[in-house]
Design a protein around this ligand. Structure first.
Ligand code: IPE
Ligand code: IPE
Ligand code: MG
Length: 244
């Protein structure tokens, strides 16, 4: 059993099937230590390793990590290059662990915008882990929810133009099935670090009924015990979905 598990957490039931995380605050973590921002991103990769272990331990089915947003392309090119290198290193170093832990990797976002070397590494690990059956780890890369919705609307509009779908037949399920997350359960729990109270274009459709837990600490300081704490808070919530 992992340490730091809160007494209040129920391991037998009410474990969120899908946890989505906005990993924020790497740059500020580095700044408070007088380090370059990239060191914050490097430290943040360590938190990811911990969180995968903890999520597996809990029996969570999906963990989606917001790793790089559509808007993050507007950062200085030096930071973007550093982030892509780190991602490649992460994928290379995690490949064996993911196989050993039976974790399947997926990615959502406008992946065609990633540098070719990063995309290649990503595709390799996705292919290698595709039959793994415990946790599914989803990396949101070059991801923006509005872009995702635009892409979905385009594909639905195409079906209407082709005559295979009538406008009046369009249901919420058509939209859900046209998002990058098609086939995944919606997140039950959304975690954001660094104290920011916003969703920053992350999974807008999918988090409609997610329970939100915000941590003041920066992502590189996020540990297994914090994930357990978030799940304990989730278990105390009364999810009503609009009913009584
Ligand atoms: C989160 O940390 C990681 C990415 C967005 C890639 P930030 O880089 O946003 O760090 P802060 O929020 O500026 O401290
Ligand atoms: C959200 O963090 C994106 C990721 C964690 C990848 P940002 O730092 O980019 O978001 P804002 O700028 O605070 O909204
Ligand atoms: Mg940030």
């Amino acid at each position: 059993m992992v340490s730091f598990m809160p007494q209040t957490m129920n391991l037998q039931n009410d474990i969120p099937r899908h946890i989505a995380i906005i990993m924020d605050g790497n740059g500020r973590w580095a700044k408070t230590r007088g380090l370059p921002r990239v060191q914050g991103h490097r430290a943040g990769a360590e938190s990811i390793r911990e969180i995968i272990d903890a999520a597996k331990e809990l029996g969570v089915e999906y963990v989606t990590l917001y790793a790089f947003s559509s808007e993050n392309w507007s950062r200085p090119s030096s930071e973007i290059t550093a982030l892509m290198r780190l991602l490649e290193q992460f994928l290379e170093s995690k490949r064996k662990d993911l196989m050993r832990q039976n974790v399947r990797l997926l990615a959502i976002g406008q992946l065609h915008r990633l540098p070719p070397a990063t995309r290649k590494k990503l595709d390799q690990v996705i292919e290698q882990t595709k039959d793994n059956t415990s946790l599914t780890l989803v990396l949101a890369l070059s991801y923006g929810s509005r872009e995702e919705i635009v892409d979905a609307v385009r594909s639905i509009a195409q079906a209407v133009a082709d005559g295979s779908l009538q406008p009046g037949e369009i249901e919420a399920s058509h939209i859900a099935d046209s998002l990058y997350t098609a086939g995944m359960p919606d997140p039950d729990l959304l975690i954001r670090t660094s104290g920011e109270m916003r969703v920053s274009n992350f999974l807008l459709w999918q988090i409609s009924y997610a329970e939100i837990v915000i941590f003041d600490k920066y992502w590189p300081d996020f540990r297994q015990g914090d994930l357990f704490e978030a799940v304990a808070q989730y278990q105390k919530r009364h999810r009503r979905f609009g009913a009584l």
